[in-house]
Ligand binder design. Structure first.
Ligand code: NAG
Ligand code: NAG
Ligand code: NAG
Ligand code: NAG
Length: 490
């Protein structure tokens, strides 16, 4: 069976190659074969690395001497000066400045990037502010170039080299945390697979093409480390031409803004291409190589992560069936601490597993605090409603809660989520501005004045409720009404 299906695959592959006018040696590289690279072991491009549906082009990885992987070490001790690690032995690593008494953070870039990209350097800086780590930026740019399928294969060698570095260093694998972006996330997976109890892998929008839905030996998965956290910012895969995986790959998977297109990223490549096919995908990656801004959503994953390292704002994320329910405010309250976590660097402080949701600002700083307002009303109501909230730390708003006709019948609770960069502190006063629209049914059944039973605001990041004095208060058309929080004198 296996032989049969791989023969079919091979025929398809050869057809594809012929159609694209590839050279003979390229064709040979696609035939099932095995390459061996000394103590890194042997790598076969056959199944599970070959898959008719998800990886029709499977080549062998290039040699370490072609990829020329370098490990760049940064520590507080050496003032964040770059040192190229000599990984021949534990002793040479120590003399390059590595210390087993420190925890280790390893950063791995993806397709066409290198370790001197601004984001890698910025992440290094933020990590060294957060703690006294060995920070190692892995540079594998000579293996990360076009064509994509070759870079895909090379990730296996780079992963093996990282695993060997950890073994040679004498550090406990438990104290090592690998942070990988795109293809780098799968590199981290290959490293973890070769180590027993690697501490943690953070996968930042792990690359989808040739990985999504593949066997767990091929892609990042929870068995690769004791804790695997993943941020999805450009999912959609082939169908929607996203660079990142849609499927869950970790113990906890974060889907900011639904996990697909990120706010503030209108220029993504997906908008520039009309079709969804392998050919379009290749074009997409060529674009990516040329123009980074076309992969804006894909790059957001590391921007969120970098911000999360030293940010006071917690990037709280909540377990939810889907992004729409999250947006509707249905997932913001949480019994115990098993239904929320923090996206990014601090995700390991919670034990929440599964798919988690949150929303962000379109530009840095990205993190928002999450609030839910509940308004219970006596009579029917519709119209535009605008909120302003004041607390010990400042003011949020004016924020529209309802912008278009949205009738609410008597005895219902109007429940709306709103977000702000501001941690409001202790809530003091709240004001509602009301503009009646009243065209929907019979205007008469929606009186101008609007009677309330109560208002409360749920500060979801702290799971804390504040109620306002609103019992039988009236909100008048074209007017602003102010409410005072219980426990605050006004
Ligand atoms: C580095 O990250 C910080 C925190 O997210 C951000 O404020 C800053 O603009 C970034 N700098 C660069 C050069 O990317
Ligand atoms: C005010 O905001 C700061 C920063 O967001 C936060 O650390 C602090 O706890 C807030 N104060 C109160 C009273 O919540
Ligand atoms: C707000 O109202 C909704 C809908 O009635 C309810 O399910 C939820 O528990 C309320 N939330 C809070 C924090 O009061
Ligand atoms: C708005 O409310 C204030 C205070 O309740 C009241 O004095 C004022 O007359 C109202 N204005 C209108 C136009 O209803």
């Amino acid at each position: 069976m296996a032989t049969h299906s791989s023969t079919i695959t091979l025929i398809v592959v050869l057809f594809t190659l012929q159609a694209n006018g590839f050279l003979l040696d390229t064709v040979l590289n696609h035939l099932p074969h095995k390459v061996c690279y000394g103590d890194l072991g042997c790598f076969s491009n056959g199944p599970p690395f070959l898959d008719l549906l998800h990886r029709p082009l499977s080549v062998g990885p290039e040699s370490p001497s072609t990829i020329q992987t370098r490990f760049l070490l940064y520590t507080r001790e050496n003032g964040r000066q770059e040192r190229v690690l000599d990984t021949s032995s534990g002793a040479t690593m120590e003399s390059s400045g590595f210390s087993t008494s420190r925890n280790t953070k390893i950063i791995v870039h993806g397709f066409t990037h290198n370790a001197h990209r601004a984001w890698v350097q910025n992440m290094t800086k933020e990590l060294l502010i957060a703690g006294d780590f060995n920070v190692i930026a892995v540079d594998w740019q000579h293996g990360a170039d076009l064509p994509y399928e070759q870079a895909t294969a090379n990730t296996r060698v780079v992963g093996a080299q990282i695993a060997r570095l950890v073994q040679v260093s004498g550090a406990d694998a438990n104290t090592v945390h690998i942070i990988g972006h795109s293809l780098g996330a799968h590199v981290a997976g290959y490293a973890g697979e070769r180590l027993s109890h690697l501490g943690r892998i953070s996968g930042l929008d792990p690359a989808s093409p040739y990985f999504e839905n593949m066997d767990i030996q091929v892609r990042l998965d929870p068995s690769d480390a004791d804790f695997v956290d993943v941020i999805h910012t450009d999912d959609g895969g082939l169908k929607n031409l996203g660079f990142g995986c849609t499927q869950e790959l970790g113990h906890v998977d974060f889907y900011p803004n639904g996990g697909q297109k990120q706010p503030g990223c209108a220029g993504d490549a997906v908008d520039k291409l009309g079709s969804t096919s392998w050919a379009a995908l290749t074009t997409l990656f060529d674009f990516y190589a040329e123009e980074e801004t076309l992969a804006c959503s894909h790059e957001r994953s590391y921007m969120y992560y970098i911000e999360s390292i030293n940010s006071v704002c917690p990037f709280t994320a909540f377990k939810c069936p889907n992004a729409d329910d999250f947006h509707a405010g249905k997932c913001l309250s949480c019994k115990g601490d098993t239904c929320r976590s923090r996206m990014g660097y601090h995700a390991d402080k919670y034990s929440t597993m599964g798919s988690l949701y949150l929303e962000t600002e379109p530009r840095a700083t990205f993190c928002d605090y999450n609030y839910l307002i509940n308004i219970s009303t006596v009579n029917n109501f519709d119209g535009k409603l605008t909120l302003t909230l004041t607390g010990s730390n400042g003011t949020i708003g004016p924020t529209p809660l309802m912008e278009k006709n949205e009738p609410h019948l008597y005895n219902t609770i109007i429940s709306k989520m709103f977000r702000s960069r501001l941690d409001i502190g202790n809530m003091e006063t709240l004001s509602l501005h009301y503009e009646k629209i009243g065209t929907i049914i019979v205007s008469g059944s929606y009186p101008d004045d609007w009677q309330l039973l109560g208002i409360s605001i749920w500060k979801a990041d702290e799971q804390k409720r504040t109620s306002f004095k609103a019992y039988h208060k009236e909100v008048d058309n074209h007017n602003t009404t102010v409410f005072c929080a219980y426990g605050h004198s006004c």
